[in-house]
Design a protein around this ligand. Structure first.
Ligand code: NAD
Length: 370
């Protein structure tokens, strides 16, 4: 395995924390990628990693992604993530969650945790008994399940993508193919159906499908058929890495816009979409509604303000697609450039302020609007 310092250097992290609590059965790694724009925030994933190298790679990749997501969303937050090594179905105990909470508290706010795969809203409630630095719980001002806001933001981003593709910005009469109708996919179907879109859906769980067929009149196709659906928008809302050399040749959509994280298997796949004229709404920009929702807790949760901020995902996607066109680069590259520009502005301002806690005035303004 490559040394930890070598890997941290590659990803540009500030800090990696390894921790164990033997009695509680906790083995965790926290990745603080960047605190340039504010404290690092990102979910805690509990997963049965095959070895600690795999856990480290995951936390490095995910925490860096959070830095970019927060920067593009205009939040005064950095990027972090935690992984707990273990099976969430059999090894997640209140003792383990509390030990994790104490670990987070020990970082004094450099890292703020939230839910991710293997962690539920109720688990955050337990973690919060030990730390002030956890968001997304259901008690004491917690914002609860973020998937409704993720879906709402994705819906707004779709409208901007439609406009950029020259298809107007109305969903009415458009066909949207949705891969995965779980938490986010279900709510997305609800917004799309209310807007008059025709829905074609797939999932590996029949129960999920039945619900959207009954409630929204969706047409069902098999998991392998979703890529070839003749549609305006293909919306990946299940797994990552589903845009690749095997699936892209099958696509008959004009736009890819969905909530799934890490949709491009490789950088090259983003270039292939661009060359084929398929408009891609970068995943971490369009799916930031959930992050905006949990981050709002830090200022005292106010749903109206959250909705206003999530609505702005429309202009974020519009801005990215506009830059992509002007610079003749794929949208994922335009999004990365936007994030990097905001981070370097924040870094400069932090230097000017003697190294402490500064964010650009634009970012401060947008955060006070959350
Ligand atoms: P979820 O687990 O509730 O839903 C995912 C759905 O995809 C499930 O119904 C599952 O059965 C289905 N699925 C899995 N494999 C599939 C396959 N091969 N083909 C078709 N369907 C398949 O998860 P979610 O919370 O709805 O999140 C969906 C995606 O959005 C994930 O990639 C997640 O990381 C991302 N995301 C979610 C949020 C949020 O607020 N929940 C925020 C940002 C990003």
């Amino acid at each position: 395995m490559t040394g930890v310092f070598h890997q941290i250097e590659q990803y540009g992290h500030e800090q990696i924390v390894y921790a164990q609590d033997k009695e509680a059965g906790l083995r965790a790694i926290i990745g603080v990628h960047s605190t340039t724009l504010g404290p690092s925030l990102g979910g805690c994933r509990m997963w049965k990693y095959s070895d600690e190298g795999e856990a480290l790679r995951d936390v490095l990749r995910l925490s860096r992604g959070m830095t970019y997501k927060a920067a593009v969303a205009g939040l005064a937050l950095g990027g972090g993530k935690a992984v707990v090594i273990g099976d969430a179905r059999t090894q997640k105990t209140p003792e383990l969650l509390k030990a994790f909470g104490r670990l987070v508290e020990g970082l004094s706010g450099r890292y703020i945790t939230a839910e991710d795969v293997g962690m539920k809203v109720q688990d955050i409630d337990v973690i919060r008994t030990q730390t002030r630095f956890a968001v997304g719980g259901s008690n004491e001002g917690g914002s609860g399940d973020p998937s409704v806001m993720t879906a709402f933001g994705t819906f707004q981003g779709m409208k901007a993508a439609l406009k950029a593709a020259g298809l107007g910005e109305e969903l009415n009469g458009k066909t949207v193919a949705i891969q995965g109708v779980g938490n986010v996919g279900y709510h997305l179907c609800s917004y799309l159906s209310a807007a008059g879109a025709k829905l074609v859906v797939t999932d590996i769980y029949p129960n999920q499908l039945e619900k959207v067929v009954q409630e929204f009149g969706a047409e069902v196709v098999g998991p392998d058929q979703i890529y070839g659906v003749d549609c305006d928008i293909f919306a990946p809302c299940a797994l990552g890495a589903i845009l690749n050399s095997r699936t892209i040749p099958l696509l008959k959509c004009k736009i890819v816009a969905g909530s799934a994280n890490n949709q491009l298997e490789t950088e090259a796949d983003g270039y292939t979409l661009f060359k084929q004229g398929i408009v891609y709404a970068p995943d971490y920009a369009i799916n930031a509604g959930g992050l905006i929702n949990v981050a709002a807790e830090l200022d005292g949760y106010n749903q109206e303000k959250v909705l206003t901020k999530v609505n702005q995902i429309y202009s974020t996607i519009e801005n990215i697609l506009d830059r992509s066109g002007k610079d003749n680069v794929p949208p994922h590259v335009a999004a990365d450039r936007l994030a990097e520009q905001r981070i370097s502005e924040g870094r400069l301002q932090k230097k000017d302020n003697g190294g402490c806690c500064a964010v650009s005035s634009q970012l401060s303004a947008s955060v006070s609007a959350v």
